[in-house]
Design a protein around this ligand. Structure first.
Ligand code: GAL
Length: 752
């Protein structure tokens, strides 16, 4: 990444030498030399011969070395050549990390220990008695992970087991640090559940016969991780806040993705066997009804054969793909094509990829080994020639996650020598990396969907989705995604009622991808006429918020701050009162209950907006407001200050609150995201009584030129004037840099 040094918001440009090791590993991921494998087997054999049965090895201290400001690394045992970071090709954004500044090692280093035993390693990190742990990848059930046992294993969705689409081995503590295990293995994590005999602070021993407080799950003093391999790299990320540790993790992995502007508009996926004519008619209908639409998803029917896939157009349904794609593009509709990666015998790719594929097939399709450069080149060239060069803008990469029976088995082998377990943990990441590169080479941005990811993939412009379809669980996943460098969409498919339809549409419009996935339902945004106007209103609001959303994603890229933020990442969460703050003893029952509850049904979108989705059947809900004063996004009225409030919005409204001093930039409602060079008027809204600042990001919205410095940050400031009122002021955008706005108008939403 050329612009890995700075966001342009600071002058830091020094390079950090700790990069070199990672670059080396990235280079190695491309192939697996046989020589090294043999050497490692010999070392392992020698080690095995030295083990004295029963003697037990000793727990050893980690040897931490700083590899970037606030980031430490330790190697335990013999780390494997393919880990998560090199599979993803992660390159730290060193300048941005330097801007964050140095920090002290955030945990008790003496209490970080590991042991090598029988070819595996166990890791141990301290866990305080009041400490809470978050993260460990996408989770549909809970945000707080303290007290859980998980097997981090790529899968479709495995309840609370740890099997999930993105089992990222990175956890974040409310004490403001993070720990990452760079291993592409099925890791077992015990979050304060193991009771050690050598614990310095063991839980009290209670007698179940006598003591009503007896606890079936007494709390241990460690987070323990079993790595079923001879070694791993471990990283620790300093805060001082939980958000800052997430930022350092994201920046270390390359910074978050920056989608094209059109990617943040509205997207609709059409029924699986639609033809080009049906698709055009659907686009006509969106236009006729004035509904926003930026990109359309074609499901399996665009392939001449699917499950496994041919990656070639079906000429009955799409007789002239070149004309079709370019006609759509002229109408400002981008196309996103579904695929699973398994190559059908009928595909022209089959013979070319067969020598580079694994020992087992999925749906009778080849599983190419994309750790090797040759199959990568063959597949990338095909995608580029057949699809991207004619104007296709993105892909949906399905079925890379599992359900065990829809994937290769754990006995499969691959030509690179990587085993099936490692391949399963990184296959979704490899697909994201390869497809992103195809677009990058053409200097076109993409934004797509994927069903499996893992640590290190934060820079890839892909959003995770699945078939589970519980609205509540989808919001939990949205919160969780923010700890692990992931994006998630609570996609809308169908609904039992207009009320549910609207509630789901409202949620998806405040998520990383505003998507209606009608692949099997055939639904349209207007499918429930009784709420058509309200659905139109919220999709239009999404379009109006594009400058805010785009800036929020720029923060993800340049500063590592996730666009959606779970409440434990939010400043002032868990502290009550206005600015002074109530003492815990003063808290009422609602406050105490709110603090105990898992914070999984509300989140921040960017710096200023607190979103509290409503579910069908609800007419009111509680919102836990972090410390400070909060205002209604819609009216600017005061709602509460560091307290638990009950809101009763009508069906037409999703509760959205703004921080005191929050500034939100909007454009007029429109049906397509702005294209490169298109200049739009800007409304700057200010909320509350406090002064505030907002740095608005902009670039051409379509190319990767921002990596070469082609972007601008423009500051909007609200200050109190001599008369006691509030005045807004804009600093001028850097000359010669993209800034696609004009006619700035200010709107002070909160009455004086
Ligand atoms: C599923 C996927 C759906 C849809 C469908 C097409 O695996 O989750 O979104 O794409 O395949 O067959």
């Amino acid at each position: 990444m050329i612009d890995s040094t700075s966001s342009g918001r600071s002058n830091a440009t020094r390079r950090f030498s700790g990069n070199a090791g990672l670059h080396r590993l990235c280079a190695q991921a491309e192939g697996v030399p046989v020589r090294e494998t043999v050497a490692r087997l010999l070392v392992l054999l020698m080690a095995l011969c030295c083990v004295v049965p029963g003697s037990g090895a000793d727990w050893q201290a980690f040897s931490w070395s700083m590899v970037a400001p606030g980031v430490w690394k330790a190697e335990v045992g013999t780390p494997e050549r393919v880990g998560l970071l090199n599979a993803a090709g992660a390159e730290p954004r060193t300048g941005a990390l330097e801007t964050m500044g140095a920090a002290a090692f955030p945990i008790d280093a003496v209490a970080t220990r590991f042991i090598e035993i029988n070819g595996r390693v166990s890791l141990r990190f301290p866990l305080g008695s009041e400490e809470e742990i978050y993260g460990l990848g996408l989770d549909f059930n809970r945000v707080r992970q303290t007290g859980t046992i998980q097997t981090l294993h790529v899968d479709h969705w495995g309840g609370t087991s740890g099997r999930t689409h993105a089992p990222v081995p990175f956890y974040v503590s409310n004490r403001g640090y993070g720990v990452f295990v760079n291993s592409a293995r099925y890791l077992k994590v015990y979050v304060g559940t193991g009771l050690r005999t050598d614990s310095a602070a063991p839980p009290p021993v209670l007698d179940r016969n006598r003591d009503r407080n007896w606890d079936p799950n007494p709390r241990g003093d460690s987070v323990e991780v079993l790595v079923p391999a001879a070694g791993a790299e471990i990283y620790v990320f300093a805060g001082p806040t939980a958000l800052e540790s997430v930022r350092r993790f994201n920046l270390f992995c390359g910074g978050g993705c920056l989608p094209p502007k059109w990617g943040l508009g509205f997207t609709h996926r059409t029924p699986t066997l639609y033809t080009d004519e049906q698709l055009k008619a659907e686009v006509d209908e969106f236009e006729r009804r004035g509904f926003p639409l930026d990109f359309v998803g074609l499901e399996p029917g665009w392939h001449s054969g699917s499950y496994p896939c041919t990656f070639e157009w079906d000429k009955d349904r799409f007789p002239d793909p070149v004309r079709f794609v370019s006609e759509m593009k002229e109408r400002r509709i981008r196309l996103n094509l579904w695929m699973n990666p398994y190559v059908a015998p009928a595909s022209s790719l089959y013979a070319k990829l067969k020598p580079w594929s694994g020992s087992h097939e999925v749906w009778n399709g080849l599983v190419p080994d994309y750790l090797l450069p040759e199959p990568k080149a063959i597949f990338s060239e095909h995608l580029d020639r057949e699809l991207v060069s004619i104007g296709v803008s993105g892909f949906k990469i399905d079925e890379v996650d599992g359900f065990d029976s829809w994937l290769w088995p754990d006995v499969a082998t691959f030509p690179s020598g990587v085993d099936s377990e490692q391949m399963r943990q990184v296959y979704g990441v490899l697909m994201q990396r390869m497809t992103t590169e195809v677009f990058r080479k053409r200097n076109e941005r993409t934004y797509g969907l994927v069903r499996a990811s893992n640590g290190g993939a934060v820079r890839f412009p892909y959003v995770i989705y699945n078939d589970h379809y519980s609205h509540q669980d989808f919001i939990t996943a949205l919160c969780n995604s923010s700890f692990s460098g992931l994006l998630w969409t609570p996609e809308v498919r169908g609904s039992g009622s207009g009320e549910e339809w609207l509630r789901r549409m409202q949620s998806v419009c405040f998520s990383p991808m505003a998507m209606l996935n009608a692949w099997s339902s055939g639904t349209k945004p207007w499918s429930f006429p009784e709420v058509e106007a309200e659905v139109h209103a919220v999709t239009s609001l999404r379009m109006r918020l594009l400058p805010y959303l785009y800036t929020t994603f720029a923060q993800y890229h340049f500063e590592g701050a996730p666009p959606v933020r779970a409440m434990p990442l939010v400043d002032g969460y868990g502290r009550f009162g206005d600015v002074g703050g109530a003492q815990p003893g003063e808290l009422g029952a609602a406050h105490r209950a709110a603090l105990r509850a898992d914070p999984k049904d509300q989140f921040m979108l960017g710096d200023s907006l607190l979103v509290a989705p409503m579910f069908a059947g609800q007419t009111e809900r509680q919102v836990v407001l972090p410390q400070g004063r909060w205002y209604s996004f819609y009216t600017g009225e005061f709602v509460g200050a560091g307290e638990v409030v009950t809101v009763r919005p009508g069906l037409e409204t999703i509760p959205v609150l703004v921080r005191d001093g929050g500034i939100v930039p909007l454009i007029p409602a429109r049906t397509h995201a702005p294209k490169a060079g298109e200049i739009l008027p800007l409304e700057i809204r200010h909320y509350g009584r406090a002064e505030g600042d907002f740095d608005l990001y902009d670039d051409d919205g379509e190319t990767w030129d921002y990596e070469r410095g082609e972007f601008s940050w423009t500051r909007f400031e609200v200050r109190r004037n001599n008369a006691g009122g509030l005045t807004g002021q804009m600093t001028s955008a850097p000359a010669g840099k993209p800034f696609q706005y004009t006619n700035v108008s200010w709107r002070f939403m909160t009455p004086p």
